[in-house]
Design a protein around this ligand. Sequence first.
Ligand SMILES: [Zn+2]
Ligand SMILES: [Zn+2]
Length: 131
Amino acid sequence: MVSFCPNCNKKLGNLKTGLVYRTKDKRFCSIKCKKQYGKKQKIDNKEYKRKCNRCGKVWYSSVLKEKELERELKKNRSYQVATGFGMLAGSWLAAGAGMQTNRNKNALQDSLNKLRKCPNCSSITYKEKIV
Ligand SMILES: [Zn+2]
Ligand SMILES: [Zn+2]
């Protein structure tokens, strides 16, 4: 009997051990296959569908991408608190690092804002739903 890997569709041997790598609810034909398909979360291909309240334009934005940006922003925020203490202690180096972080933070916030703005009229009021 010939079977195929449910993840990568590779033809499997006749051995029962064709799908040897497991996670909680999935089986994979190889380590490579597991790496590629195992970590995939449902959120991967989700998108925000947004409709502008002002002009009615509909646009899409990747949920994953925004989550990543938010995570980076959060990281930068906590880092800033830490360097804040450094500045109190009079550390010139820490102050420099803080400024660098600020720039990164602004860039991140910028990209996030861009994704959340109507591409047509730049309005930031919209209805959103995840599709
Ligand atoms: Zn496979
Ligand atoms: Zn608009």
